[in-house]
Write a protein that binds this ligand. Structure first.
Ligand code: SF4
Length: 283
């Protein structure tokens, strides 16, 4: 897809602006595929592509990535010019160094550590309990249905696996926003700075950082809630494995509480499309 096609796609009025920012990237199960720019772009790429360009072992795959990089680079230069940003300035360099420090701090935050620890525990658990993942289906044959008749263990495993690393990624992103907020108390920040006649640039930047943190924290919390339910379904269906799953549920619960404490407004965040009035979607 070239730059003009991308711009044309972005102008489609049916798309919901930013819907992909706070979703769980599970496009297969998403009811908003027809309204999502990311999905439309990926689909357009895959339709126009030949199979070799999607094979990571084929040179065409890397050529395609190189092509995308060139298009992206041209767009970034254009955007920077439009916004009056000098990409060569020392201020930009200083901002990059500062961003690097923030990344490091967010990565080492106790919530990040906890989320990554959970992901490792899950990895280990599946390795020990289901030595060969493909055998999972055989292991649970005959007791696939749990207390919830319409959700089986295979679904539960899929949910756990889908969110295993996603939780850490979104927790980290939420914490990056916190780094931008600095010493301000999150709950003191006015998330609607334009409601105040005296707002300034600083207020707008703080609100934007807070907004992104809350959105990222909310999807992390949703992923945690769903993972907890999925683990419980596993326990019901495979009671002999209950004991070994408990530490992971406890880690998730600790993480859930920690995120809710640090981002007290996250649960109220309204995600574009998914949480808007009139939407019955639960994705
Ligand atoms: S909004 Fe839906 S379609 Fe778009 S990236 Fe997220 S999950 Fe995929």
């Amino acid at each position: 897809m070239n730059r003009d096609e991308l711009i044309e796609l972005a102008e489609n009025p049916d798309l919901i602006s930013g819907i992909y920012n706070y979703c769980d990237r599970w496009c297969e199960r998403c009811p908003f595929t027809s309204r999502c720019m990311v999905y439309a772009t990926e689909r357009a790429e895959s339709i126009s592509d030949d199979p070799e360009s999607q094979d990571i072992n084929n040179a065409k795959f890397w050529q395609k990535l190189e092509g995308i990089f060139r298009e992206t680079h041209a767009l970034i230069l254009e955007w920077a010019e439009e916004m009056g940003v000098d990409l060569e300035s020392t201020e930009a360099e200083a901002a990059i160094v500062e961003r690097g420090k923030q990344r490091e701090e967010a990565k080492e935050h106790p919530l990040s550590l906890s989320a990554r620890h959970y992901a490792q525990m899950v990895q280990q658990w599946f390795k020990e309990e289901f030595a060969v993942e493909e055998n999972v289906h055989d292991d649970i044959t005959g007791k696939a249905h749990s207390a919830e008749e319409d959700i089986d263990v295979t679904d539960a495993i899929e949910v756990i696996r889908w969110y295993q690393f996603f939780i850490a990624a979104k927790t980290y992103r939420a914490l990056m926003g916190l780094e931008d907020i600095g010493d301000e108390e999150v709950s003191d920040i006015n998330v609607d700075p334009f409601s105040d006649d005296d707002f300034d640039d600083e207020d707008v930047l703080l609100a934007a950082a807070c907004h992104d943190s809350d959105g990222s924290a909310k999807i992390a919390l949703i992923a945690i809630d769903r993972s907890l339910s999925a683990w419980r379904l596993m326990q019901n269906a495979l009671p002999e494995k209950t004991e070994s799953t408990v530490p992971m549920l406890i880690e998730l619960e600790k993480l859930r509480r920690g995120i809710e404490q640090i981002f007290p407004r996250a649960r109220d965040f309204v995600r574009p499309g998914f949480d808007e009035v009139g939407s019955e979607s639960v994705s």
